[in-house]
Design a binder for this molecule. Structure first.
Ligand code: ACO
Length: 339
């Protein structure tokens, strides 16, 4: 009998990744023709140069389904192998059915249980943790965890404070239990921490269009169904919470910042990311950023960045990857993954 220490380490493992970004590019210069802004202001305050905008007939589930197909191809699994689909989104196709059910139909994952998770920009890491719990109950299930957003449908294109920040896109991972000696074991999730502070719901929200404030002929002109944000306050909380969550997730995994090979943070603002990297003592080359191309795609930023980092060869076997997010709620989360 092997001793416990000689047994292979098994964990919920990311066995494939995929992403999809819509074709239409909206540059900072394009935006400066719509609102009173400039490429210089947006670049220096945020790091964003351009973002992608979905076609009018392209729903969140269309982008999610394409990201899912690419992740399944990468993992070498078929749609019939998928037993769970979780979509993290704040821009669902409809209030119901869930976007995950639309994805199921589009990819033909007939054996899957499907639902959505709403945790704004932290949604993907929340969904990843939910999938981990399913897997840890002992079921050898294969799950698709997707972050997908059509934020262009929630943006007030007359509000320069917010419209310059957001974009559309989708990223997906296939996750199942795998052991370190199995070839499919790639990104083994070592730890996850999550947090929420519902006292701060007012700082970042879409106040209208749902049960608390339905859209009426009287209120429609004030655009309550668009993103409202206190930018400076959000910025401060994001830095504090993302730093804390990163440190806690590393500690839970028995690691420290010096063990991190690459951090993939939620892509909201290059200054937020820089502040966190500085406090963790991580040099620029260990921080993955693609927000210059895509802006903030909320729940999609981390799976899209993870997929791009892998395909660009930025993640090698044995690497420790730190994922960390912050978003409306407020919500925050961090995961440590060993490749
Ligand atoms: N173009 C030109 N001027 C602008 C623009 C713009 N697009 N937007 C705001 N301004 C002006 C403001 O009106 C203000 O002018 P005033 O001084 O005359 O009043 C001035 O620029 C400074 O505005 P601030 O809001 O103080 O600028 P700040 O440096 O805080 O940057 C920003 C704003 C980029 C929104 C920043 O606060 C931020 O990134 N916050 C984090 C918010 C975020 O990322 N939210 C996304 C969801 S949560 C998350 O993902 C982390």
């Amino acid at each position: 009998m092997p001793t416990p220490s000689s047994q292979p380490f098994c964990a919920s493992s990311i066995i494939g990744t995929g992403s999809y970004m819509p074709a239409k590019v909206l540059t900072n210069d394009d935006l400066s023709k719509i609102v009173d802004t400039s490429d210089e202001w947006i670049t220096t305050r945020t790091g964003i140069k351009e973002r992608r905008i979905a076609a009018p007939d392209e729903a969140t589930s269309d982008m999610a389904a394409e990201a899912a197909r690419r992740a399944m191809a990468d993992a070498g699994v078929s749609a019939e192998d998928i037993q769970l689909i979780i979509v993290a989104t704040v821009t669902p196709d409809m209030f119901f059915p869930s976007t995950a059910c639309f994805v199921q139909k589009k990819i033909g994952a007939v054996n899957a249980v499907c639902f959505d998770v709403s945790a704004a920009c932290s949604g993907f890491l929340y969904a990843l943790q939910v999938a981990r719990h399913f897997i840890n109950t002992g079921n050898r299930i294969t799950a698709l965890v997707i972050g997908a957003e059509k934020l262009s449908s929630l943006v007030n294109w007359q509000d320069r404070n917010t419209c310059v920040l957001f974009g559309d896109g989708a990223g997906a991972v296939v996750i199942r239990r795998a052991c370190e000696n199995e070839p499919e074991a790639q990104g083994r999730v070592l730890s996850t921490v999550m947090g929420s502070d519902g006292n701060l719901t007012d700082l970042l929200k879409v106040p209208g269009g749902a049960s608390a404030c339905p859209i009426t002929p009287e209120n429609v002109a004030s655009r309550p169904n668009t993103i409202h944000m206190e930018g400076r306050e959000t910025f401060k909380h994001a830095v504090t919470r993302m730093l804390e969550a990163s440190q806690q997730a590393l500690e839970m995994a028995g690691l420290s910042a010096k063990d991190v090979s690459l951090v993939i943070p939620h892509q909201a603002n290059a200054r937020i990311i820089g502040a966190i990297a500085d406090r963790l003592g991580l040099p620029e080359e260990k921080v993955f950023m693609n927000l210059d191309k895509y802006g903030n795609t909320s729940a999609a930023t981390i799976p899209v960045a993870l997929d791009e980092a892998r395909r660009a060869g930025r993640i090698k076997k044995g690497d420790v990857v730190l994922l960390v997010a912050f978003g409306g709620g407020f919500t925050w989360a961090s995961s440590v993954v060993r490749w």
